[in-house]
Write a protein that binds this ligand. Structure first.
Ligand code: 4GY
Length: 224
């Protein structure tokens, strides 16, 4: 799976060289290509933004610079272009799974007061939000999207974990335990030591349902 990221801050994405996503990049299971929007400025000072028409605080990213950066992406006609913004469709596990069906995603990151609306109207296929709060830029949301979607790419996770875990059945995850068997006087639930796989599976399913009812009853109505 290929991700092209259009950003003014490509250095922020170095976090993705760590851990599971870093390994997936090394194995070329995913390819994250960072495109610095500033490289497409024709200005002698590499300026990419300007003051908003109509007045007001802050700076707006120019449409022409973003459009040039966008046009530099090979095979762009077969890609889905996403703009990270609080105005977008909320990212949830269903949306993540749907996005993982794409071979090529282009993620546009805004900053400052945002990007000139005209280029957004021209190039964006879907606006996506990671939640109802405002960040300083779309870079962290882009990383959230890349991380969550990459987990669905074959080979990125070791085992069966994708299907088995939280949300795959629309429910929250059951509790996990490991050694020691007794921690500060608290024993591991007996059933998990029984070796009786059917009983263990039933216990885990019951726990998932109980936890979901208590912590996130809304999940029992919505989504998948
Ligand atoms: N929430 N979900 C989000 C965000 C920052 C100015 C437009 C969010 O996705 N993106 O808060 N983005 C703003 C910064 C330009 C995006």
């Amino acid at each position: 799976m290929k991700f092209d990221v259009l950003t003014l801050f490509p250095e922020m994405f170095e976090i993705l060289n760590q851990s599971i996503i870093g390994k997936a990049k090394e194995k070329e299971l995913i390819n994250i290509n960072l495109i610095n929007i500033r490289d497409f400025s024709k200005d002698k000072h590499k300026k990419v933004d300007d003051t908003p028409y109509g007045g007001g605080a802050g700076m707006v990213i120019r449409p022409d610079v973003v459009y040039e950066a966008y046009k530099s992406i090979p095979n762009i006609e077969n890609a889905k272009v996403i703009y990270m913004s609080p105005q977008g469709n909320i990212l949830n596990q269903k949306k993540v799974e749907d996005l993982s069906k794409n071979k090529h995603l282009v993620i546009l990151c805004g900053h400052y007061e945002g990007i000139d609306q005209r280029v957004l109207d021209k190039i964006v296929d879907e606006e996506i939000s990671i939640g109802d709060y405002v960040l300083t830029g779309g870079e962290i949301p882009a990383m959230v999207l890349i991380d969550s979607v990459s987990r669905y790419v074959e080979g990125v996770l070791n085992q069966e974990s994708v299907k088995e875990e939280s949300f795959s059945n629309g429910l929250l995850e059951y509790p996990q335990y490991t050694r020691p068997e007794i921690f500060e006087g608290e024993k591991v639930p007996e059933i998990l030591l029984s070796g009786h796989h059917q009983n263990i599976e039933k216990w885990r399913n019951d726990k998932s349902l109980e936890i979901t009812k208590n912590k996130r009853p809304d999940l029992l109505k919505n989504n998948k």
